[in-house]
Design a protein around this ligand. Sequence first.
Ligand code: F6R
Length: 662
Amino acid sequence: MINLNNKLQSQNPIFDHSLDHFPTNLTRRDVLTKYEKIPTFIYQESSDASIVVAREVANLILAKQTEGKNCVLGLATGSTQLGIFAELVRMHKEEELSFRNVITFNLDEYYPLSSHSIHSYHYYMRMNLFNHVDIPPKNIHIPDGTIMMDEVHDYCREYERLIEEAGGIDLLLLGIGRSGHIGFNEPGSGRNTRTRIITLDPLTRQEEAKQFRGFMNVPRSAITIGIATILSAKKIILSAFGETKAKVVKQMVEDEPNNLVPASYIQFHEDAKVIVDQGASLQLIRMKTPWLLDSMDWSEDRLIRKAVLWLCYKTSKPLLKLTGKDYNDNGLSDLLATVGSAYKINIKVFNDLQHTITGWPGGKPDVDDTFRPERANPKKKRVVIFSPHPDDDVISMGGTLLRLVEQGHEVHVCYQVSGNFAVSDEYVTRFLDFHQEYIAFYDAANPVAQIQQDKITNFIKNKKDNDIDIPDLRKVKSLIRRMEARSALRYFGLNNENIHFLDLPFYETGLKSKAPIAEADVRIIIDVLESIQPHQIFAAGDLSDPHGTHRVCLDAIFVALEYLRNQEWMKSCWVWLYRGAWAEWDADQIEMAVPISPIELSRKREAILRHQSQKEGAMFMGEDEREFWQRAEERNRSTAKMYDAVGMAEYEAMEAFVKYYP
Ligand code: F6R
């Protein structure tokens, strides 16, 4: 039996469990959160945070039930709320939590959009909450995206009136967009706004492009309750998960309230709090530069490296030129006092960082490996590279992959999901077109192939907004991605036997939202690992969106490793995490940095370019207009620049890895 909960951690906020007393009347929490203008609680994992929020909702529902009153909830949609709703549904099913006394007001809805559309928030709410609990349908309110334009104004006033009539919102659950929006109050929304129709910010439309299968399909407007409506709720809990939210969370919590980050207005609310996971907390001062807030325990080498690299950046000096005055002038005098001298700290961090650099990611044979990131033995290693989609391998660690192959290791690449959702219909049509010509040219039409071809062509031609791709079309899209992945790896000298397409079932919903990981997904990973018994595993270690494919793929690996931990081969298996396509590890976290020469970098680019279906005009580029190869090169060059700037050797580019201890 596989324990799918292995990834679950504590439900205590990190940094909050030991509110140890500070010499004054302040608690350590008060000190660390000095710059935070809204009470903010950080949980290691979003799953823990979701449970905490759901409990708070449930407690309020129960308290109101005891008083014989209704409980009025304001609800957001989006990926952040999914875990919270799932926990509420679980409580309804397993703990008899009833929603009979619950009245809900959703924050927003796209305009124009029918409530039957699979993209509508009506559909989302039915699927993720309302269909699974006993809330009376008359108690549900969601803005109507089909109202006539000349009636919208009156409709919005009526929505406000209904909220008032219900006695106001007791508890409002919010998410936050990367644009800083709450509900759909985009940048520029004033503090006094009420329910109205708005124009969506381009960044928001980009974020939703995946859901709607392309930017152009995302509606341009929405109906949303206003900032004033939000602030009049009795209690607010805003949740934000994943590293992509880190910047806007910092702005909301630490900056002065301003209309460019409408979420910052909740600073004015007396009973608002923010719940984040570790990824979303990373830009807060207490996480990024805690030494500016409080004296630190400097026993951890990692913390020293973090502080010293920050000091290099702050003073624009390489490591070995930092002086005692630099430390003192920049709030690091306690570090100086603890270690003894700037010289000692500088050398320590210099050596520490130097030891992360290796051109031998599989270990250098026949040398002393005491200070090398990887072991020398065995000289030839079996290596498994897990790639969530069929291109993350070359995008994120193409240079390292190439070195591993060329240094003679037995490299296996395992693509976790098919990636078919990211192939456009237009791209498939090109292949169908080729196939049609091919059949006609040889006059050898295979009737079965022709029928299949017609079926797919007709489906694409008549496809409607709500249609989920038929399995045949999904299959063709998967095959396109397989073909591209093989082409890229062939170019790196890898044979087909070493390329494994796992097609994890959780991904195959045909929708942007995927199923949760299940035993079947983990079993596939266990089987492939048991058959290869690797010495090294590489995996994409994303801190991004918890419901995103990368994160689910990583969780599936963690669960599999936990299951396999007592196997003999696992005892000498090292696990390295590379970062997904979007970000790089922070300098203080890196444990292996693999230099890439200019020639290797151009080979990496070629391999990425073989993923043609993901090239320019691809469906999910995000708001970043650079192509994937450009992003990868800029990211690898900036890692090399960082090493150079602090006084290490100067390389063209570098790929970075962090070790994971199962
Ligand atoms: C939607 C809503 C939005 C979302 C925000 C975050 O009803 O209110 O403000 O909360 O866009 O969305 P996710 O959680 O998908 O990142």
